[in-house]
Design a protein around this ligand. Structure first.
Ligand code: NAD
Length: 454
């Protein structure tokens, strides 16, 4: 399996994908290892994860360069991701014991009732490439601390990073038969679905998520899906500073080249501020530095996957055909690398693909709205339900809109943000189940109820 640098188009590594026999052997080993791992104390398991976090931070620069070389993520953003993901470890350190310890509910009158949280067993984690530290940690670190063994299948676009996770987890004291990385394309992911794992935790596209849900349905095993989004932002006419709102909105749309599940994918703007917002927004986008992702000043690198260019081209052509106005970008950059110019389309409406289908790239549609009610209807007009944001100077007005959103997360005066303190969950086509928070800790255990008569 060739690993290609999306900025240079050079092959930077060749990996041997795991075979069916490899997956079977790793599963056998993990089953044995999990039983011993589960018997260790929570604090003992946590200590390994803390050590892993230290090793990752000690090697941050080298790891960031690996991530940038295989995904094209600008180096500063790779460094930010590695540093930022550390908050998952801090969260586990502060909360795992509380949420994984036995709970005694009754201990009187000759009756003792208790809940014991047992690990699921050997879980499969099939992951995405866009934020491999964040979305990987959300699953495999939480699973490990809860006493599970993990078969981790990184995306074929982030396999070098996945192999680094394995190396450092083992160096940090997680036994080899407790965490195993399996590399390959979707065909290797399919092998995990055919293995009798005790839980399936997937991050990726709606299409693959739906396929996984259908394939494993008969197994009746725990399943969590963290899928895509078409996340709306509504900028109200009472924002304190239109220019600042435009700068923040553009960052929400274009950070990591728009390749974020919770990237702002469509923006609705009150008509009173539409013109001034659009002007400031376009000025901000035009100021972005596009180029070599290994340079710290680069904000826009190449797309990770070459084929996404076609999706973006089709969205631009469709929007222009239906009356949108192109204010920036609109095409792939000529020359080496999968670069796509940051693209702004104004005068958009919901007849256009750019307002309906996940773009997952540096492109945004802007639409004028006449009222909060109209904005709510448009924001809700989507099969997805990951996040929704409102920028406004009026909390009551913003909350009235956010309460109407059928999404797992809502934001007031912020966007494109994840915190380990609160659940990360998608509704509708954006997913099933939650990671992070107390719920994301409990996602990796099953309760056993004890009724004891001492
Ligand atoms: P993808 O669905 O193409 O691939 C995800 C993983 O599934 C990869 O490891 C891939 O090899 C594997 N896979 C593919 N076919 C498979 C099969 N038949 N059986 C088993 N595994 C298979 O998604 P992607 O391109 O890696 O990620 C982008 C998508 O992920 C976007 O839609 C994005 O919004 C979403 N995402 C969601 C979140 C979230 O937290 N909600 C986070 C990051 C990314």
């Amino acid at each position: 399996m060739e690993v290609r640098n999306p900025a240079t188009e050079q092959i930077i590594a060749v990996l041997v994908p795991d075979t069916k026999a490899d997956v079977a052997a790793k599963w056998e080993a993990l089953q044995t290892g999990q039983k011993k791992w589960a018997k260790r104390s929570i604090n003992d398991r946590l200590a390994c994860i803390q050590r892993f976090g230290e090793l990752i931070l000690e090697n941050k620069r080298e790891l960031a360069e690996i991530l940038t070389s295989e995904t094209g993520k600008p180096l500063q953003q790779s460094l930010n991701e590695i540093q930022g993901a550390q908050n998952r470890i801090d969260h586990l350190e502060q909360n795992a014991v509380r949420w994984l310890s036995d709970e005694v509910l009754v201990d009187s009158g000759g009756t003792h009732e208790r809940i014991v949280y047992e690990p699921l067993g050997v879980i499969g984690n099939i992951s995405a490439w866009n934020f491999p530290y964040n979305v990987g940690y959300n699953v495999f670190l939480y699973a490990l601390v809860a006493g599970n063994a993990v078969m981790y299948k990184p995306s074929e676009y982030a396999s070098l990073t996945g192999k680094e996770f394995e190396k450092y987890l083992h160096s940090a004291g997680v036994p080899e038969d407790v965490f195993q990385c399996v590399v390959g394309t979707g065909a290797v992911g399919q092998l995990l679905l055919e293995t009798d794992l005790d839980g399936y935790f997937f991050t990726g596209s709606y299409g693959t998520g739906q396929h996984i849900a259908q394939t494993i349905a008969a197994k009746l095993k725990p399943l969590q899906l963290e899928l895509g989004g078409k996340d709306p932002l509504y900028v109200m006419d009472d924002v304190a500073n239109v220019q600042q709102a435009a700068i923040n909105a553009a960052e929400g749309a274009f950070y990591n080249n728009g390749q974020s599940c919770c990237a702002v994918e469509r923006i609705y703007i009150s008509q009173a501020i539409y013109d001034s917002f659009v002007e400031a927004f376009v000025a901000e986008v035009r100021s972005y530095t596009m180029g070599d992702p290994m340079r710290l000043e680069t904000f826009v690198g190449p797309l990770t996957r070459k084929q996404q260019t076609e999706v973006l081209d089709a969205q631009v052509a469709d929007a222009l055909d239906k009356g949108a106005i192109l204010l920036a970008g609109g095409k792939a950059r000529e020359g080496t690398g999968y670069f796509y110019e940051p693209t702004v389309l104004a005068n958009c409406d919901h007849g256009m693909k750019v307002m309906q289908e996940e773009s997952f790239g540096p492109i945004i549609g802007l639409q004028k709205v006449g009222s909060d009610m109209e904005a709510v209807e448009l924001m809700q007009d989507t099969p997805y339900g990951l996040t929704a944001a409102v920028f406004s100077g009026d909390e009551v007005r913003a909350m009235a809109v956010l309460q109407e959103m059928n999404t797992g997360t809502v934001y007031w005066n912020c966007c494109d943000r994840v915190s380990p303190n609160v659940p990360w969950s998608g509704r509708k086509s954006s997913g099933l189940g939650s990671t992070l928070s107390s719920q994301g800790i409990r996602a990796f255990v099953q309760p056993k109820s004890y009724h004891l008569r001492p």
